[in-house]
Design a protein around this ligand. Structure first.
Ligand SMILES: Nc1ncnc2c1ncn2[C@@H]1O[C@H](COP(=O)(O)OP(=O)(O)OP(=O)(O)O)[C@@H](O)[C@H]1O
Ligand SMILES: O=P(O)(O)OC[C@H]1O[C@H](OP(=O)(O)OP(=O)(O)O)[C@H](O)[C@@H]1O
Ligand SMILES: O=C(O)c1cccnc1
Length: 494
């Protein structure tokens, strides 16, 4: 069902969905004869989104799909061959285009499975392979993982606020284009919503589809009772009436009147939807009217620019809302429209029998200085599976007996590791370009996300000033990083 989310969406080749500079660097590597030097890149973000305490990894299924189909088509090569530099000479020489024609990916890819809770600085993906190939993957992997991790995280927060209430994603019309809408539906479901209004997401991904009706339905009848009766007639078992076209509480009375007629015919009104006004007050009033009329089971759906904060507030105000319809603020990740994930070179070796040369990107801020090595993320957990701390370590170096983790932002903060219960988060996905992982279904990744978020301490899940989950560098990796920073930093006399 979910093995190929991208297939057919953009035609036969997606390899030019990248930045020009990936191709100019690839050409440069090829001209230098460096194309097959073995390289290691890590994809990670530096701060969880929405000022939150965690993120939910997503986008890997799309990424696998993209990697599997990676090749340059004849059309791609013709286009690349047509590109000209400022002197009107060809940007890429024909022999390079020939090289691209037969290029197939042979990288090893390790990834943290979708639905896993992840934190700042942890590689979500580790790419190991020929420098030119690993470079060519950068942009597309960032596009896919950044967006979907962002939306899955937003959905997990909305799920947290909504508790066990139903939540439906209604965002397609406000999404960032067609694929923004489609992949947001995927990621939102993975992150914990119960369904979508987006039919293509239902068709392609098997996500349950749900919906009510729009104001236009009522407007087309000019008055509510007729409109509701006609809708109830068309969908006697599946009706939710939108009651706020003219006056919300009058709308609820009209819905009750039609619900009585439906009941007389053996059918039950499923729900009403509120889409404007004070949703706390109106939902309480609507609940009282419905209950008085004997419609205790008729659900109250609410929509209108909702997000996790409004849901929390409405619940605190005693709103009687059973189902939340969330569009704009979910699919556009309204309060943080992008996750700043990056893709950094961490190790290089000229040939298979030479030693790794670890590389670093310096920055004025330690937070933006990259982490060298061939990294793995080890998550230490309690016996009940509650995450306690994550350790990043270099798999190419032996681990000491006594483990200590060091805060990458403040090396004076360190803690010894005593726990022996852990799991390694990065799992093999591709080996030498061949898919070796068995892909979970979207449903399995969604279940995983819910379990992983639930296992987090509430102090990490809270929205306001969440506790920072400890992620540290294994001490010898930290020492090595510091040494490399000192070596690379230009010393300017005072
Ligand atoms: N009780 C409440 N507490 C806090 N915010 C609320 C409450 N009720 C509704 N809101 C939110 O206030 C915002 C604006 O609501 P408002 O009533 O102005 O809707 P509106 O969009 O102007 O209505 P209309 O669709 O008729 O134009 C929405 O984001 C809505 O979710
Ligand atoms: O508010 P969102 O979270 O984006 O949820 C989706 C919105 O889409 C629909 O509104 P519509 O497009 O008809 O316009 P409206 O904003 O005027 O209600 C629906 O009635 C919701 O209000
Ligand atoms: O079905 C709905 O109620 C719906 C669908 C899309 C957007 N807003 C609401």
């Amino acid at each position: 069902m979910n093995s190929a989310p991208l297939s057919g969406l953009y035609g036969p080749s997606l390899s030019l969905l990248t930045d020009l500079y990936q191709l100019t660097m690839a050409y440069g590597y090829w001209k230098q004869g460096k194309q097959n030097q073995e390289a290691v890149f890590h994809l990670y973000f530096r701060k969880p989104p929405f000022n939150g305490g965690y993120a939910v990894a997503a986008g890997l299924a799309y990424a696998i799909d993209w990697i599997e189909s990676f090749h340059f088509s004849e059309d791609d090569l013709t286009y690349l061959g047509s590109l000209r530099g400022t002197r009107d000479t060809a940007l890429f020489e024909p022999a390079f285009l020939e090289y691209l024609r037969t290029l197939r990916l042979t990288c090893d890819v390790d990834a943290i499975p979708e639905g896993t809770v992840v934190f700042a600085n942890e590689p979500l993906l580790r790419i190991k392979g020929p420098l030119l190939q690993a470079q060519l993957l950068e942009t597309a992997l960032l596009t896919l993982i950044n967006f979907q991790t962002l939306i899955a995280t937003k959905a997990a927060r909305i799920r947290e606020a909504a508790g066990s209430d139903q939540v439906f994603e209604f965002g397609l019309r406000r999404a960032q284009g067609f694929d923004g809408g489609l992949s947001a539906s995927w990621a939102a479901y993975l992150g914990g919503v119960d369904g979508t209004s987006n039919l293509m997401a239902g068709q392609r991904f098997g996500i349950p589809v749900r919906g009510t009706h729009a104001h236009s339905w009522v407007q087309s009848f000019g008055e509510e009772e007729q409109a509701f009766a006609a809708y109830g007639d068309a969908f006697p078992d599946d009706s939710v009436f939108l009651v706020d076209t003219y006056d919300t509480l009058e709308g609820v009375r009209h819905a009750i009147s039609v619900a009585r007629q439906m009941r007389a015919n053996g059918y039950e009104l499923g729900g009403i939807r509120l889409d404007s006004g004070d949703l706390a007050y109106l939902s309480r009033e609507a609940r009282a009217l419905l209950n008085e009329a004997g419609f205790q089971k008729t659900r109250i759906v609410a929509s209108n620019d909702l997000d996790e904060h409004l849901i929390t507030s409405l619940k605190q105000q005693g709103a009687r809302i059973d189902t939340w319809g969330i569009g704009t603020k979910l699919v556009t990740a309204h309060d943080q429209p992008a996750l700043g994930g990056v893709y950094k070179l961490a190790a290089l070796r000229p040939s298979a029998d030479s030693d790794w040369d670890y590389t670093i990107k310096l920055s004025e801020q330690l937070a933006k200085t990259s982490i060298p090595g061939i990294l793995q993320v080890r998550r230490y957990e309690t016996e009940k599976g509650q995450p306690r701390a994550d350790m990043l370590y270099n798999t190419a170096e032996p681990l000491p007996e006594q483990l200590t983790i060091v805060d990458p932002l403040d090396p004076t903060r360190r803690r010894p590791i005593r726990s022996t219960q852990f799991r390694e988060l990065l799992e093999p996905v591709f080996r030498a370009g061949k898919l070796v992982a068995e892909l979970p279904t979207l449903e399995e990744s969604r279940t995983k996300a819910q379990q992983e978020v639930a296992a987090l301490d509430p102090s990490i899940r809270r929205f306001l000033n969440p506790h920072v989950y400890p992620v540290g560098l294994e001490e010898s990796l930290n020492n090595f990083r510091m040494q490399l920073i000192l070596e690379k930093r230009a010393v300017r006399p005072a």
